[in-house]
Design a protein around this ligand. Structure first.
Ligand SMILES: NC(=O)c1ccc[n+]([C@@H]2O[C@H](COP(=O)([O-])OP(=O)(O)OC[C@H]3O[C@@H](n4cnc5c(N)ncnc54)[C@H](O)[C@@H]3O)[C@@H](O)[C@H]2O)c1
Length: 352
């Protein structure tokens, strides 16, 4: 089984992970269709697919606008469902916006998959955020689900939609619960997209790093090529032993070590610690690392790119492409969302 000449759909394909997946699948000879309207506040960027733009189709619609998507859904061999808002902070500031993007839009889209392409393989980008504060580490899929923010609640609902529709055979879903992903094409200009985006923005603009807390919290970042490999394998897996699978990185590292590696590889920068701001402390999950044994059983492979290797490749990408990700004259983050406060997302008013 291969992707050669296969039609694949990638929702959220102009974003960080989706665009890296699009590049990989195009290289494998797939016919790639992206569905992504570049939602304000999310990390999509047309430049992410510039090198393959002539070889792919981009449908600039929201996944909830299902009548416009019938043709793409109908012809797809595999649907990679990565559309979503990743920011935990945004979800607390604009909970209804997060609900509409991460839950309502997903519900409408999956219903369309059932209608136009019943039984289709759908690989969904879930998140480890659904687990909340760990009872034990490394965390496996049996850990209780206790999200600490709206993003975790809404992503969990979408996770359950995929599970439920798969149980009844209406789709053939696999949910990859991702840990923190990093690498080329992640948004640097949007605030609140996680510590890795922030660290990269700062070191690439010559600024020192600050870590919240004592810096001993563990994370297991996964390089985007390893995460993409997980999607590629899940898309073609002949049998599905377990439908929700953790995807973690190869090493558990402290935030302080991660920051020091960023500061060292980027230049002669320093790292200090400071107390957690109140809004961050409320949704902080402490340490996290992934038990990837189910992933290895399911796909016969595990992530292998070390943080140091992945970070070196990431810095080299941004050194060449930085103006596409940050305004060199004003590299301050700005997602445009505060202007939208109180208006809510346009999905609220759109027809089903
Ligand atoms: N980046 C991570 O560390 C991480 C970790 C866990 C889970 N995830 C999940 O992976 C997925 C992709 O994350 P990313 O880092 O690439 O994010 P990103 O913000 O870079 O890209 C998301 C893309 O989805 C698009 N999008 C959002 N809502 C949409 C909708 N309703 N219809 C069509 N397109 C829509 C946005 O325009 C954007 O281009 C998300 O679902 C996220 O929850 C990411």
């Amino acid at each position: 089984m291969s992707y050669r000449n296969a039609s694949v759909v990638i929702t959220g394909g102009l974003g960080f992970i989706g665009s890296n997946l699009a590049l990989r699948l195009a290289k494998e000879g797939a016919q790639v269709t992206i569905i992504d309207p570049l939602i304000t506040g999310c990390g999509g960027n047309e430049h992410n697919v510039a090198t393959i733009r002539d070889a792919i189709e981009v449908i600039p619609h929201d996944i909830s606008e299902t009548k416009r998507l019938a043709g793409a859904i109908r012809g797809a061999k595999v649907i990679f469902n990565l559309a979503g808002e990743i920011s935990h902070i945004h979800s607390m500031e604009f909970p209804e916006r997060d609900l509409l993007i991460n839950t309502v839009a997903q519900l409408r889209f999956l219903q369309a998959c059932v209608t136009y392409n019943p039984g289709v393989r759908v690989v969904y980008a879930g998140t480890r955020q659904v687990y909340g504060r760990p009872d034990y580490l490394p965390m496996d899929e049996r850990h209780p689900v206790r999200p600490v923010d709206f993003n975790g609640v809404h992503k969990y609902a979408a996770n359950m939609y995929h599970d439920m529709l798969s149980r009844s055979g209406q789709i053939d879903g696999i949910v990859l619960r991702l840990t923190n992903v990093y690498g080329p094409r992640m948004s640097l200009a949007i605030p609140c997209q996680g510590f890795l985006s922030t660290f990269l923005r700062l070191v690439l603009t010559g600024q020192n790093l600050e870590v919240f807390g004592d810096g001993r919290q563990l994370r297991d970042p996964i390089y985007v090529d390893d995460a993409v490999e997980a999607f590629v394998r899940a898309g073609l897996a002949a049998t599905v032993e377990q439908r929700t699978i953790n995807v973690g990185g190869p090493q558990a590292l402290s935030l302080l070590d991660i920051a020091k590696t960023c500061a060292r590889l980027a230049g002669d920068l320093t790292v200090s610690t400071r107390p957690f701001p109140e809004d961050r402390a409320m949704i902080d999950i402490g340490s996290y690392s992934t038990d990837t044994s189910q992933f290895e059983r399911s796909f016969g492979w595990k992530p292998s790119i070390t943080f140091e290797q992945g970070l070196a490749a990431t810095l080299s990408y941004y050194r060449a492409e930085l103006p596409h990700y940050l305004d060199p004259n004003d590299p301050r983050p700005n997602c445009g969302l505060p202007e939208h406060k109180g208006i809510q997302h346009r999905l609220l008013y759109s027809a089903v």
